[in-house]
Design a protein around this ligand. Structure first.
Ligand SMILES: *Cc1c(COP(=O)(O)O)cnc(C)c1O
Length: 319
């Protein structure tokens, strides 16, 4: 299928309505906390959550440049890989995914679905993968794959930040504290740009360590020369590192899903809500605080952990 620019432009022209849901529980009531969840996960079943936001201006730019092939990078469970493959299928881009590590067969559900959506997979050993942002390496990729629109790992670049900043301009409900999960930090950086120094942003790292502190400052600096002070990195809720889990994470997620009827996945949103409820329990927020947590989507990732959940159907898109 050739690139369908009209379809792409129409897809991103107006953001579908994103519902904001208030969670009610005895704990929240006791602590005097209003907790709102912005359901970015409902934007689209496959180009979901923050990946919709991060791809918006990148895909429009690729089409503007008449590039019909998207090339990007990711791990084997990457929501970004899943979203790029799905976007390729929707709009007629050819897609190439450079995957970290060795091929494992059968493919996991994320990669299987990416292939079904037409993505061509190539595997890079970890050392080569680390060169993903190196200009010489990228030049080589262009020689190998031709005229491609290159999207960095996780989709994080300036255009992605611009897309994520729109979450703020589109949010009508008032709040004191905003919460998001972070992998590359692109979403958090975009939210900071949108907030422009107002309110507080709590960023829950899905990875071990505190490197995101410098990374997010670097991203906003590259974007507009600014380092923002109205945010905090939470580094205590990584559960051992990226995509690592523990039984208590799954039991929290099961309780959460039952109590509030909102599905989570264990790589990002499960860890964020676990951390947020832990902080609420520890009285980290003054009574009367309104918290807005962003559900960044990624529910395709549940399939890779299906043994830990009762079977559920995927969420419906907003029509
Ligand atoms: C990719 C992803 C993130 C991390 O976003 P970054 O911009 O890389 O920090 C958070 N939540 C979900 C559900 C994701 O898929």
């Amino acid at each position: 299928m050739p690139l369908n620019k009209a379809c792409l432009q129409q897809f991103f022209e107006t953001t579908p309505h994103v519902p904001v849901q208030r969670l009610e529980s005895a704990l929240l009531q006791k602590k005097g906390i209003t907790l709102l969840v912005r359901r970015e996960d409902l934007l689209h079943p496959e180009v979901s959550g923050n990946k919709w936001r991060k791809l918006k201006y990148n895909l429009l730019a690729a089409a503007e440049q008449n590039t019909d092939t998207l090339l990007t990078f990711g791990g084997a469970f990457s929501n970004h890989i899943a979203a790029v493959a799905a976007a390729g299928k929707l709009f007629g881009f050819k897609t190439i995914g450079l995957i970290r590590g060795e091929a494992h067969f059968p493919l996991n559900p994320t990669l299987q679905k990416a292939v079904e959506n037409g993505m061509k997979l190539h595997y890079l050993d970890r050392e080569t993968f680390r060169r993903k942002n190196d200009p010489d390496f990228q030049e080589k990729l262009r020689q190998q794959f031709g005229n491609v629109y290159l999207i960095p790992e996780g989709g994080t670049n300036k255009l992605a930040l611009q897309g994520c900043a729109e979450i703020i301009s589109e949010t009508e409900e008032s709040f004191d504290v905003l919460c998001c999960s972070a992998g590359t930090g692109g979403t958090a950086a975009g939210l900071l740009i949108g907030l422009n120094g107002t309110k507080e942003l709590l960023v829950f790292s899905a990875l071990k360590g505190d490197f995101l502190q410098a990374e997010i400052n670097q991203l906003t600096t590259n974007y507009n020369g600014k380092i923002y002070a109205n945010w905090q990195l939470q580094t205590d809720y990584h559960f051992g590192g990226y995509a690592k889990t523990k039984p208590e994470l799954f039991s929290f997620m099961q309780d959460f899903e039952q109590q509030f009827g909102i599905l989570l996945e264990p790589v990002y949103t499960g860890k964020m809500f676990f951390g947020l409820f832990d902080l609420i329990r520890q009285d980290s927020f003054k009574p009367g605080t309104t918290i807005m947590a962003i559900h960044t989507g990624g529910l395709q990732g549940r399939a890779g952990f299906s043994g830990h959940f009762p079977t559920v159907s995927s969420p419906k898109a907003i029509s």
